[in-house]
Design a protein around this ligand. Sequence first.
Ligand code: NDP
Length: 289
Amino acid sequence: MTQIIDGKARAKELRKELKGRVSAFVEQSGYPPGLGVLLVGEDPASAVYVRNKERACAKAGIQSFHHQLPREATQEQVEEVIDQLNADAQVHGILLQLPLPDHLDAEPLLLRILPEKDADGFHPVNAGLLAVGQPRFVPCTPLGCVDLLKWAGVEIQGAEAVVVGRSNIVGKPAAQLLLAEGATVTICHSKTKDLASHVGRADIVVAAVGVPEMIKGEWIKEGAAVIDVGINRLDDGRLVGDVEFESAKQRAGGITPVPGGVGPMTVAKLLENTLEGAIRQEAEKQQTV
Ligand code: NDP
């Protein structure tokens, strides 16, 4: 029978585990881990994401520092807040909520976040560390994907893994993580010829495209593990992934639903990254004492 890989249940378990680790950290260091969150503008979806992240922080015992700038904030004003967060010893992870209003240039702002506090793992220094096999901060969504595969008991080493999508925040880091786990990895994208044949030989499929149900159930190899990162809102209001769930479920050994699959894992991994940032920064402090 096909296993529905329940990201909600796994994320709950992770957050519980994390609460214990945060308490141990507070006991040892005398202060809580801190996440600095910067939201520019009033995009309703972003505001909901930020609220969820801050709520999850509070539940785990992580302090969050909320900074809100108006939609018309200048590049310099955003830089100023990032500089403040970089300099704040209570902040161990920084999150700049994307997307930013159109007049702002996200790239230099993400670069301005200290790599040591880059809880989202988007800074090129952290991307480079992952690429050379010395991961520090790794993007949260790909971390969640690999965690779910392991939790579901999927053998990654030696598996044929096909990642559809090559973005810096999902596809590429997901491929790097699978490679580090010993999978043979193919990355597909919009220029890939015959996507169906690549997907069809995969033991593990990670779909991170952003096109509703574009990966057809009939492409999936019998028994494959399917991790669907896509979150797409249809005109009728339904939320669907990048994979045709019902037909893929007939063939897959395990599959994540949308919603309730990868989504909840992203927040859990952000909390974990913040705690790990705090642990590393505390260890460095001890070394310099
Ligand atoms: P991007 O738009 O940055 O990247 C999409 C990728 O899909 C690109 O590499 C693009 O190829 C590729 N692609 C587009 N069309 C096709 C096609 N027809 N065939 C094959 N490949 C194609 O998206 P993200 O990586 O940021 O996000 C992907 C999805 O994951 C979205 O639905 C997003 O909402 C969701 N998401 C979910 C998260 C969660 O927490 N669950 C977190 C982050 C994202 P090319 O490079 O050639 O253009």
